[in-house]
Design a protein around this ligand. Structure first.
Ligand code: TMP
Length: 219
């Protein structure tokens, strides 16, 4: 009797950063780059990625800036994330696909933990309860000056609840992401996002190649 070998578990990559850093474009470029290398890739985003999480997204991105208090907001993000991880991300990884995700837990840490003052411990405790230390294999932090990012985001159309929060909030947000990256240098690579789309994509490919692809797959 022959046993069919289990597929090799895929890798989980998240892209993080403030508004207007170019994450969505870079997620698409990275997914197509990995597909060209023969990998099966699931491209997804947070909050969202499953019908339930997408319904929660509508609740959190629209309405007045103070529609939710920070605790409710963090709980909504983790309700969406739990659904996303259990129904889409985990099964995809177990089936051998790579997953590229536009935002993940570091966004809750940066937005609700740092800039909305819940604190690192509070978000870490919630994360441990809900996700049991489930982490991306690699996180790419697209770092950009807050003013430039907000101007870019503004050019996309009307601001959402978070874009309305003002420059001071977004300056603090950038520092929050950089602090998170400083604490976990093995998982998080900082990518300079004030470059052309092509140059950012190239830096991302190098980081992925160096940190995740095996030598025979490297660029
Ligand atoms: P997006 O603009 O990247 O689509 O994300 C939607 C907004 O939700 C964005 O302004 C950041 C915010 N957000 C949080 O505040 N906490 C989170 O955990 C996530 C995933 C997003």
């Amino acid at each position: 009797m022959t046993n069919t070998p289990e597929p090799l578990r895929g890798k989980f990559i998240s892209l993080e950063g403030g508004e207007g850093a170019g994450k969505s474009t870079q997620c698409e470029l990275l997914a197509s780059h990995l597909r060209k290398r023969g990998l099966d890739v699931v491209l997804t985003r947070e909050p969202g990625g499953t019908p339930g999480a997408q319904a929660i997204r509508e609740l959190v991105v629209s309405g007045a800036g103070d529609r939710w208090n920070p605790i409710s907001e963090a709980l909504l993000m983790y309700a969406a994330r739990r659904d996303h991880v259990t129904r889409l991300i985990e099964p995809a990884l177990a089936g051998g696909s790579w997953v590229v995700c536009d935002r993940f837990s570091d966004s809750t840490m940066a937005y609700q933990g740092y800039t909305k003052s819940l604190g690192r411990d509070w978000v870490e405790t919630l994360d441990a309860l809900v996700l049991d230390a489930f982490r991306p294999d690699l996180t790419l932090l697209l770092d950009i000056d807050a003013n430039t990012g907000l101007m870019r985001a503004g050019n996309r159309g009307g601001p959402d609840r978070f874009e309305k929060l003002g420059l001071d909030f977004h300056v603090a947000l950038r520092e929050a992401f950089l602090d998170i990256a400083r604490l976990e240098p093995d998982r998080i690579a900082i990518i300079q996002a004030d470059q052309t789309i092509e140059a950012i994509a190239r830096d991302i490919e190098i980081a992925v190649s160096q940190r995740l692809l095996s030598r025979d797959q490297a660029l």
